[in-house]
Ligand binder design. Structure first.
Ligand code: AMP
Ligand code: ZN
Length: 495
């Protein structure tokens, strides 16, 4: 069966080609994804990118790799606008909400965790924070300075892009040509910038007296540059050279380009073997973005409260909607597409229920192995989820035809097909049957309440009125009311 399966190919943004995946140290795989800047609620566009790498994580694990997945939390250093002049996003928000910067960090980190749990994303193996790695960031700045790729101006340290570009390729990831940038230098330097060259970027930024989050360093009090934290945290936990680095397409330049330059500048090592970039969620063709005011918060989608929505859509419908597109294509938000996704998702879940109830025959009239091979091949083709979903729908037709008695499956094929849907739909695509979750919780509550009421009846028989009343009063606080009759007690949930 495996003979028909091709090896995994990953589209590497660095080469612009699909490349056979060869981990540096199999069976271990290091996967790093840029996490959120926790100064506001994550929007659906952010969710899309995190979901892309959730599926990468899930599929690599399915293939048997031991994946260490690192996704950071940016809790300092992400400045607004130009890194040289901008204000820290978290501090700005803290002033607005009249909270401590670290309260903002905690609030939006909690919100981020709740959101991605609702979309059934698996937590990463390590979730490091920028503020937890200040010492390592200062050390990296020092190494870059020692190697001559940075300079100090007035308490800030800038990466010397021009010097770096003389000896290394700068711009190879984003395809930006340094020569073109050099021509603009003169114009951009007029304005009294501290930078020698407009493409230089701060790796350590002097803090103003009113800045709250700042640290001592050999160059005075300051904050690390945003690009630095990812270089430090990825290589600390995955090694100076590691397998996969992911993020949204918008991070290619300057963020990821700067990460490469920093690692080469500090340690002489090109850090990443495969760069993966997810494309954007758009609204009427424009990137969904907090600053453009076209962003949807996940709860606005689920409740349907956003003005652009006709109705609400569940987290699993949305997950399915994202997976129906290739991660390298843009996805444009639309009510029609979400409605179609809702239908598709329900049809898939219904077919899995049908599959559970199918009875085996003596022989099979359908080719289960081909279906399994097709799904593996499409996932091996750079995690092509839309094609995989199309194959799963071929399987839906197969399942329904067997249920209708037009085709047959023997026991081994039936078992294989059930395992396949479990693996691909639930474990790899990460979908959940929302109906099931609701129903099984109701059944569980029913069973638990049966035990509670039995205990209460026993205490009444023992004339232990205090315990009986305690159980009734505590349940009341949970909006569960008990009705006693002579023979038995029943319970009811009050909305
Ligand atoms: P941020 O918190 O702004 O650093 O963004 C977190 C992640 O979401 C990054 O990987 C971004 O590339 C990604 N992202 C931001 N906007 C969108 C969007 N409209 N569609 C998809 N991904 C996005
Ligand atoms: Zn990053």
């Amino acid at each position: 069966m495996d003979n028909t399966t091709s090896p995994l190919y990953i589209y590497n943004s660095l080469s612009g080609k699909k490349e056979a995946f060869k981990p540096l140290n199999p069976p271990f795989v290091g996967l790093y994804t840029c996490g959120p800047t926790v100064y506001s609620d994550v929007h659906l566009g952010n969710v899309r990118t995190f979901l892309t790498f959730d599926v990468v994580f899930r599929y690599l694990s399915y293939l048997g790799y031991k994946v260490r997945y690192v996704r950071n939390i940016t809790d300092v250093g992400h400045l607004l606008g130009d890194a040289a002049e901008g204000e820290d996003r978290i501090e700005k928000r803290a002033k607005l909400e009249k909270l401590e910067p670290m309260e903002i960090v905690q609030k939006y980190t909690n919100g981020f965790h709740d959101t991605i749990a609702a979309f059934n994303l698996i937590p990463p193996s390590i979730e490091p924070t920028a503020t937890g790695h200040i010492v390592e960031q200062i050390e990296m700045v020092q190494r870059i300075l020692d190697n001559g790729y940075a300079y100090i101006v007035n308490g800030s340290v800038y990466f010397d892009v021009k010097k770096y570009a003389e000896q290394h390729k700068y711009g190879e990831l984003s395809g930006r040509k340094i020569e073109e940038q050099l021509e603009q230098t003169r114009e951009n330097l007029e304005g009294g910038d501290e930078k020698r060259f407009f493409a230089d970027f701060a790796i350590w930024k002097k803090a103003s007296p009113e800045t709250i989050m700042k640290w001592n360093s050999p160059w005075g009090e300051g904050v690390p540059g945003w690009h630095l934290e990812c270089s430090v945290m990825s290589t600390k936990y995955l090694g100076k050279e590691f397998d996969i680095h992911g993020g949204g397409m918008d991070l290619k330049f300057p963020h990821h380009e700067c990460e490469i330059a920093q690692s080469v500048g500090a340690d002489g090592v090109n850090p990443v073997k495969y760069w993966m970039h997810g494309n954007m969620l758009t609204v009427n063709g424009t990137k969904m973005s907090k600053s453009l005011d076209n962003s949807f918060l996940p709860h606005e989608l689920i409740s349907g409260s956003h003005p652009l929505l006709d109705k609400g859509y569940s987290a699993m419908t949305t997950r399915f909607f994202f997976l129906q597109a290739n991660y390298r294509s843009t996805v444009d938000f639309s009510n029609e597409a979400l409605l179609a996704a809702e239908k598709g998702y329900k049809r898939l879940m219904a077919a899995i229920k049908t599959l559970d109830n199918i009875r085996a025959s003596d022989s099979s009239s359908v080719d289960v192995n081909k279906l399994i091979g097709d799904c593996r091949n499409s996932m091996n083709d750079d995690f092509n989820t839309p094609v995989t979903i199309a194959h799963l729908f071929d399987g839906v037709k197969m399942i329904n035809s067997v249920a209708d008695g037009k085709n047959t499956l023997n026991q081994p094929d039936l078992d294989r097909l059930r395992t396949h849907y479990q693996d691909f739909v639930f474990d790899i695509l990460g979908l959940k049957d929302e109906d099931d979750a609701g129903e099984s919780n109701v059944t569980l509550l029913d069973d638990v309440m049966h035990i509670v009421l039995d205990l209460r009846n026993q205490s009444k028989q023992n004339k232990d009125w205090a315990t009986a009343d305690f159980i009734r009063d505590e349940l009341k606080k949970l909006h569960i009311s008990i009705k006693d009759s002579k023979e038995s007690s029943t319970w009811e949930y009050e909305d």
